[in-house]
Design a protein around this ligand. Structure first.
Ligand SMILES: Nc1nc2c(ncn2[C@@H]2O[C@H](COP(=O)(O)OP(=O)(O)OP(=O)(O)O)[C@@H](O)[C@H]2O)c(=O)[nH]1
Length: 186
């Protein structure tokens, strides 16, 4: 499956169309990136009103970005107060390639999702890890489709790491490739 990103972007608003093909189902998502704007911005609710899905993205290495989420969530709910339906909302913890620098605890993320009925996902925009999956899950929620485990796993990016057996006490030395093992890290 391939997402194609098209359309123009402006300084503050990026509008892209993502097209995913899943089995026999074609899904086109029109995505508005409204990050970088102040929460009180005049035009903001115009983009949010009527949205079917919202991705609330924060940086797992930046606690402040998590603290801002409550305000953003309230703003999304308020903007859609008069809409027939509220959008499906995902909480996206970004930068999982920097897991060792995480400052926002996993439990905090999960609690926020449970308390507010959000889809929970962790991604790395840098490596692409689970980025496709986060759009796929939100689209499925909007369409009322339940993804099965196999579909979810298929959309996850698998990072292959090579394990090398260093001899005890002698420190790292170059190994013959046929002595190494391949493992998969998800
Ligand atoms: N390591 C790592 N860096 C990332 C990741 N995503 C974004 N960055 C970096 O974080 C910085 C901010 O990224 P932006 O895409 O500008 O973040 P943003 O929140 O969209 O910014 P605004 O839309 O301007 O608010 C840049 O230096 C990116 O390269 C990620 O998954 N991993």
């Amino acid at each position: 499956m391939v997402f194609s990103a098209v359309l123009n972007s402006t300084e503050i608003i990026c509008n892209r169309v993502f097209t995913g093909i899943e089995g026999n189902l074609n899904v086109t998502l029109q995505v508005w990136d409204i990050g970088g704007q102040t929460i009180g911005g005049k035009m903001l609710d115009k983009y949010i009103y009527g949205a079917q899905g919202v991705l609330l993205v924060y940086d797992i290495t930046n606690s402040q970005s998590f603290e801002n989420l409550e305000d953003w969530l309230n703003m999304v709910r308020k903007a859609n107060e008069e809409s027939d339906t509220q959008p499906a909302i995902s909480l996206i913890g970004n930068k999982i390639d920097l897991e060792h620098m995480r400052t926002v605890k996993m439990e905090k993320h999960q609690r926020f999702c449970q308390e507010n009925g959000l889809i929970s996902q962790f991604v790395s925009a840098k490596t692409g890890d689970s980025v496709f999956l986060c759009f796929q899950r939100l689209a499925a929620e909007v369409l009322g489709i339940k993804l099965n485990k196999a579909e979810m796993e298929q959309s996850q990016h698998i990072v292959k790491a090579e394990l090398v057996d260093y001899p005890q006490d002698e420190g790292p030395i170059r190994q013959e490739t046929n002595q190494s093992k391949i493992c998969s890290v998800q």
